[in-house]
Design a protein around this ligand. Structure first.
Ligand SMILES: [Zn+2]
Length: 340
């Protein structure tokens, strides 16, 4: 990838990320205002007002991102899809609605608030474990047609000693995303987008799949879930106890910190560290069963297809090491295997 392309990719992602972060901050502020000003008697009315206030924010934010993507990545997706995707900002808003409701229903009793908080955390974890999106992806995907790829991937899975329940292609061609991912905690599925299938050679596709099979072999999703559970429960209960029982700041602040901040600290500060480790682990395991050089080339190709900068600064892509880091250790691995 040449330097000017890398530069314009960085500019593009910087703009895109800024819109996303700004929207997130606005939505968060709105949620905080709602949380601290809403009265229990007006609860549903306040939820309604907040929902109405959110609509123009999400419409504008989606339009800005849509416009950037159409101009830079030449996506064929419609504006409507971006509006639909912006619903994910509800992940910021809805927890405030739930804890506000829980606070009202605890009638000032701290033990009730603490019970509700743990019930909400458990429900959220069960939701992540079940992950209904897997069902949607399964329904909206097809088996990979090429027997070469499936046989190649199955051979690697066999050597790794892991059973893959299905290799599926999802149609994300309108958003022009070349991606692959592993889903399922008990039954492992590998999904690849058709934009990836159309642009990589069969050999490269198998290398990318080897990375996903390695995630399944190492049980990364299950371990991630356990990690998230342990962190949110520990941090949540500790913060709640500190704020309510020691600092006496009251239930509203206690629940805010116990729920929202435990989730925030876990998902934005702790989880990325774990996920970057798992990405590296999956790369290294996959490279042993394919070839480090081939995997490195395939990753570079993906970066190019997705217009992702190769040397991504961390705050853009917290869950993966940058492609240049990944290519770096793979090349090093290649060098070692060639000259033992
Ligand atoms: Zn991965």
């Amino acid at each position: 990838m040449d330097e000017s392309e890398e530069k314009s990719n960085i500019t593009f992602w910087r703009k895109r990320t800024r819109i996303g972060i700004t929207t997130g901050i606005i939505v968060l502020l709105l949620s905080l205002i709602f949380y601290f000003t809403s009265k229990s008697s007006n609860y549903f009315q306040e939820v309604l007002i907040e929902t109405v206030a959110l609509i123009p924010i999400l419409l504008i934010s989606s339009y800005l991102i849509f416009n950037l993507d159409v101009r830079y990545r030449k996506v064929k997706a419609r504006y409507g899809m971006y509006v639909r995707n912006s619903i994910s900002y509800l992940y910021i808003v809805v927890p405030f609605w739930i804890i506000s409701g829980a606070d009202i229903l605890s009638f000032g009793r701290s033990y009730l608030a603490l019970i509700y908080m743990n019930v909400i955390l458990s429900t959220a974890l069960v939701g992540i474990a079940i992950n209904i999106r897997v069902k949607v992806w399964k329904r909206n995907s097809k088996d990979i047609g090429s027997t070469n790829i499936v046989n190649g991937a199955n051979e690697i899975a066999g050597k790794m000693g892991v059973k893959i329940s299905g290799y599926r292609v999802v149609d994300w061609s309108k958003s022009r995303i070349a991606n692959a991912f592993q889903a399922g905690i008990t039954h492992y599925y590998i999904f690849v987008t058709n934009f990836l299938m159309e642009n990589l050679s069969e050999e490269e596709e198998v290398a990318i799949m080897a990375h996903e099979i390695a995630h399944a072999k190492m049980k990364h999703l299950k371990k991630t879930l356990v990690f998230v559970g342990l962190c949110t429960f520990t941090i949540g209960n500790a913060l709640f106890s500190l704020i309510v029982y020691i600092l006496n700041y009251g239930l509203r602040i206690g629940m805010l910190f116990g729920l929202v901040f435990s989730i925030f600290i876990t998902s934005y500060l702790l989880l990325p560290i774990l996920r970057r480790r798992y990405e590296k682990e999956a790369d290294i395991v996959a490279a042993r069963y394919t070839s480090p050089g081939l995997l490195a080339d395939s990753l570079l190709k993906l970066s190019k297809l997705n217009h992702t900068p190769v040397s991504v600064p961390r705050y853009w892509n917290l869950s993966h090491p940058s492609t240049s880091d990944r290519v770096g250790y793979l090349i090093e691995m290649q060098r070692k295997t060639n000259h033992p």
